[in-house]
Design a protein around this ligand. Structure first.
Ligand code: PDD
Length: 276
């Protein structure tokens, strides 16, 4: 198993991470998850752009050009012979004696690795159940930060109660999932939270907007309430790993008749056409 470590591709056993890496101690870093379909990185450019943008927002400079970075990720996938899977990559502010303020002389630490994963075809076919959980995260959810405690606690609560995902809400307003974006369809219009500081602007979300455009589905980047969510004709979530995932029940209440919706199915089909 080859991994990416600070600009070099090395054997996993050669990875050394300091006890004082700021990612480890403060969650002081950012990350990306990129899907690999048939040996190819899906929407790599968009993920790489967001990686650099997240880093910049927390004032970390990625120490290579985007092209070099892209090539490293591609080489990693090839060396590990990943057919269907994903790449995880993170950058932290580096290792330094523990102080909250930025260290003066630390070099950023980049680690990336691959994993083989199949598409979640069963869930994509049947749909999943989700649970409302209060969104208690910070106010910079637009940054793909390593600080994921709010997301982790929400997902764990959903998981323990038998749900696939947590639907986060600030007060009455639905924001996104613990690791996904959320959408409702009402009278043929697709509603989703606007890309503000309160959500991560998903790459899959952007692909879905393109697909809606192709299919003639109107998109409203307008937030909706928990009550409105329950009254949608169709509901689904999206992420790099979940693709276009039908949500058929929320907090014990069925959405419409409790089966994946028609436009959701159309979007799933259109999405599949993109990845094959
Ligand atoms: N999560 N919102 C949050 C909070 C997320 O963590 C993610 C992705 C998304 C969807 O973004 P994208 O479509 O770019 O994957 C939205 C990744 C997959 C993860 O943390 O594993």
């Amino acid at each position: 198993e080859w991994i990416l470590s600070n600009g070099e591709i090395v054997k996993e056993q050669d990875l050394e991470i300091s006890k004082e890496d700021r990612g480890y101690q403060f969650g002081d870093g950012i990350y990306e998850v990129i899907r690999v379909y048939e040996g190819d990185l899906f929407t790599a450019t968009e993920h790489i752009d967001r990686f650099y943008a997240s880093a910049e927002k927390i004032r970390i400079t990625v120490p290579y050009t985007k092209d070099v970075f892209h090539k490293m990720l591609y080489d990693l996938v090839e060396l590990n012979q990943i057919d269907n899977g994903q790449v995880y990559v993170q950058i932290t502010r580096g290792a330094a004696p523990r102080n909250h303020q930025f260290p003066e002389n630390a070099e950023p630490v980049v680690v990336g690795y691959t994993k083989s994963v199949e598409r979640p075809v069963k869930f994509l076919g049947n749909g999943v159940k989700a649970l409302f959980v209060e969104d208690v995260r910070w106010l910079r959810c637009d940054i793909k930060s390593l600080n994921l405690l709010g997301n982790v606690m929400a997902k764990q609560q959903a998981y323990e109660e038998g749900y696939f995902e947590a639907i986060l809400h600030r007060g009455d307003t639905v924001t996104e999932g613990s690791s996904s974006n959320m959408y409702g369809i009402k009278d043929g219009v697709l509603y989703t939270h606007p890309a503000t500081n309160l959500i991560l602007n998903g790459i899959t979300r952007r692909v879905i907007f393109e697909l809606c455009n192709e299919l003639g589905i109107e998109v409203a980047e307008t937030a909706f309430t928990k009550q409105q969510a329950l009254e949608m004709d169709e509901f689904f979530m999206s992420s790099t790993t979940s693709e276009v995932m039908p949500v058929i029940e929320i907090s014990g209440q069925k959405i419409a008749d409790g089966s994946p919706g028609e436009l959701t199915r159309k979007l799933q089909k259109a999405f599949e056409a993109r990845i094959k």
